[in-house]
Write a protein that binds this ligand. Structure first.
Ligand SMILES: CC(C)(COP(=O)(O)OP(=O)(O)OC[C@H]1O[C@@H](n2cnc3c(N)ncnc32)[C@H](O)[C@@H]1OP(=O)(O)O)[C@@H](O)C(=O)NCCC(=O)NCCS
Length: 185
């Protein structure tokens, strides 16, 4: 699958993306608030194989896509479907490209895909309370905080809390409702 936005192409990963993924997955700035990395070369190969395997799974429940700008991969965005109509979203951008709105633009496209193409009813996300950039992305996506999980993730030797965010599928607009539901005769 491939999604396009104003500035980005979200596409399936291939093994040719090794260098781009390994670059951000070994950068200490990327890793402060995540429970993976720094990647060994084998970790990066395993990640790319995982993306390919999930892309071909039937039914497909994992959508981890490369984020490309002008042909260069600058990050990842992922949607994992749980329980049929509920899913979780996540993202990583190479620090060289932080602060340009790319995570928000990519995640917004995947939210739209999840609601419109997968008929999801709710999409959630978690981030560490200290991860202001990620919390900023979730707020800009229109997601609202619904909870806080204490000591939820072991990250570089310390147990950190997680903030839980969620958003429901947009309600169909009344003017799109079938004519029969408006017929009072
Ligand atoms: C989180 C991450 C994906 C954001 O990527 P990005 O492309 O820079 O995000 P965006 O530009 O779309 O939006 C970030 C928002 O947070 C804000 N922000 C960034 N750093 C901030 C900080 N230290 N304090 C407050 N707000 C901050 C930005 O200003 C921006 O909001 P604005 O558009 O209103 O100015 C990126 O920082 C990253 O890859 N981090 C490492 C991996 C990670 O933590 N992933 C998320 C795990 S939950």
């Amino acid at each position: 699958m491939e999604l396009t936005t104003e500035r980005l192409v979200l596409r399936e990963y291939t093994t040719t993306d090794f260098d781009a993924v390994h670059d951000f997955a070994t950068n200490p700035r990327t890793l402060v608030f995540v429970d993976w990395g720094p990647n060994s070369e084998q970790d990066t190969l395993d990640f790319l194989n995982f993306c390919t395997t999930t892309a071909h799974a039937v039914p497909r429940t994992g959508y981890t896509l490369a984020i490309a700008v002008a042909g260069a991969v600058i990050g990842s965005v992922g949607l994992t479907v749980h329980h049929g109509t509920a899913a979780e979203i996540g993202y990583t951008i190479n620090p060289t490209h932080w602060g340009k709105g790319y995570a928000t633009e990519a995640a917004n496209a995947l939210l739209t895909f999840g609601f419109s193409e997968l008929s999801l009813e709710r999409i959630t996300a978690t981030c560490r309370p200290e991860n202001a950039a990620s919390a900023g992305v979730l707020a800009k996506l229109g997601m609202t905080q619904t909870g806080r999980l204490e000591n939820d993730r072991l990250i570089r030797g310390a147990w950190l809390d997680s903030l839980v965010f969620g958003i429901d599928a947009p309600k169909p607009s009344p003017e799109l409702a079938p004519a029969s539901t408006c017929n009072t005769q």
